[in-house]
Design a protein around this ligand. Structure first.
Ligand code: SAM
Length: 444
């Protein structure tokens, strides 16, 4: 890999006798890994090596064409990035903000740690990227996530001292991703980390306005530069006496403490973690865990509003295909969503890209379900599932209609599975399954 000369000189100075091992790591292959959604994943894991300290993480590659991916049972993510979301450790009781969330690697891990319950607001400033985030959250079927497309400042004006947990996975110079994405090297210059640090401080300032007293904020970057890591944290701590760095318990083997001399020499900076690829089997990352002094106020999410106004169209649909009625449904124009309605009320004035699970819409007095509904419910919820063989699976993913037998007289919506994973739905009419596989997912 052709690293810029200024980069090499900078890290020779900073890392001294470790610089050789650090710089050599750039010519090694990037590390591939994935996280499983344990409620769904049931394939053989014995061929994959578990990642220490990440209970759902494994080294290895799962392609975008594999059923485990298409059914939302896995998310491909390198190990150091997984670790960041684990440091925040949200539960279903938290009100969580993921401020710089696309494409969603950390959002999906946060949603999973929250047990698919509670409130997770995943925000992304870039609309195109917010849509990718939406697709990833939708594929994994999370019911506790809303996606917004706002600036950090706008959000801060609307949600002062609101969130009990915040993740700021900041835009950065991306040095830790050079192995995975060598194109990123072209944007690097000696001045780049400094300009990134300015932006990061601005984002962090807005984030800190939204952090509740007693709340926890995790700041991370995928870069090594002192300016964007210990430098940013030093400034933030100097400017905010109500903030304290927290230790990160049980750091993984190979993770290094933060380096006080990379910031303002505050020994507390050792509480941060640095992931170097020559020390840890993953890509580059920096993590800091910050606590705001004070006590969390108890802002519990109220339980759901009863669905007394479930339309007959949805009732009819549920009767045919589901073993139980859907709860937490609400309507916005002609679309129906699955999400705690109190959560929706709290965030509905934002520019929302995703309001929980999109379950379907009413067209000509008929309920037309949406793909996300089928990816959000456990398999045992469905009354009627048709299991596809290899050929049928490929044909369906390609967008074709399937013939499953002329004896089949039932006319109904059905869930479709392959290798025991629900991955889609179709409309069964006279032995043919009409294809409703979303066009953006069609492959093969
Ligand atoms: N957390 C994501 C994940 O795990 O998949 C990765 C986030 S990426 C490192 C940083 C994100 O910050 C990008 O999606 C980028 O669009 C967004 N961003 C860029 N400038 C921003 C700004 N001024 N304020 C907030 N977010 C910004």
């Amino acid at each position: 890999m052709n690293l810029p000369n200024d980069f090499i000189q900078k890290y020779r100075k900073l890392l001294k006798n470790e610089a050789f091992a650090f710089l050599s790591s750039f010519s090694q292959k990037p590390i591939s890994a994935f996280r499983i959604e344990s409620q769904r994943f049931h394939s053989d894991l014995s061929i994959y090596q578990p990642i220490p300290e990440i209970p759902s993480g494994y080294y290895g590659k799962i392609s975008g064409k594999q059923i485990e991916f298409l059914s939302g049972a896995v998310y491909s993510q390198e190990p150091s990035a997984m670790y960041v979301a684990q440091v925040l450790a949200p539960t279903s009781k938290d009100f969580v903000l993921d401020l710089c969330a696309a494409p969603g690697g950390k959002t999906t891990y946060l949603a999973s740690q929250m047990g698919n319950k509670g409130r997770l607001l995943a925000n992304e400033i870039d609309l195109k990227r917010a849509k990718i985030l939406t697709e990833n959250v939708g594929r994994m079927g999370y019911r506790n996530v809303v996606v917004s497309n706002e600036t950090p400042e706008n959000l801060a004006n609307k949600f002062p001292t609101t969130f009990s947990k915040i993740l700021v996975d900041a835009p950065c110079s991306g040095e830790g991703m050079f192995r995975k994405d060598p194109k990123a090297i072209q944007y690097w210059s000696l001045a780049y980390p400094k300009s990134c640090a300015k932006k990061q401080k601005r984002i962090l300032k807005a984030a800190l306005r939204m952090l509740s007293p007693g709340g926890t904020l995790v700041y991370s970057t995928c870069t090594f530069s002192p300016e964007e890591n210990e430098g940013v944290i030093s400034t933030i701590l100097e400017e905010n006496p109500d903030l304290k760095l927290s230790s990160i318990p049980n750091p993984p083997v190979g993770a290094r403490p933060g380096e006080p001399s990379f910031g303002n020499n505050n020994p507390e900076l050792r509480k941060c973690l640095r992931f170097y690829p020559h020390c840890f089997k993953g890509e580059g990352q920096f993590v800091a865990k910050i606590k705001k002094v004070g006590h969390l106020s108890k802002s519990k999410l109220k339980t759901r509003i009863r669905n007394s106004r479930l339309t007959s169209e949805i009732k009819n649909f549920s009767d045919v295909i589901l073993k139980e009625y859907l709860k937490d449904i609400f309507r916005v124009s002609d679309q129906y969503y699955l999400l705690n309605q109190h959560f929706y009320e709290e965030v509905k004035d934002l520019h929302l890209i995703k309001r929980g699970v999109k379950i379907g819409s009413i067209k000509k007095n008929r309920f037309i379900p949406h793909q996300e509904l089928f990816l959000s419910l456990p398999k045992q919820t469905f009354k009627r599932i048709i299991s596809l063989n290899d050929e049928q699976f490929k044909a369906y993913c390609h967008g074709e209609e399937l013939k499953i037998g002329s004896n089949e007289t039932l006319k109904s919506w059905i869930a479709l599975s392959y290798q025991d994973y629900i991955f889609a739905f179709g409309h069964l009419v006279q032995g043919n399954i009409k294809n409703f596989y979303p066009k953006n997912l069609r492959n093969y």
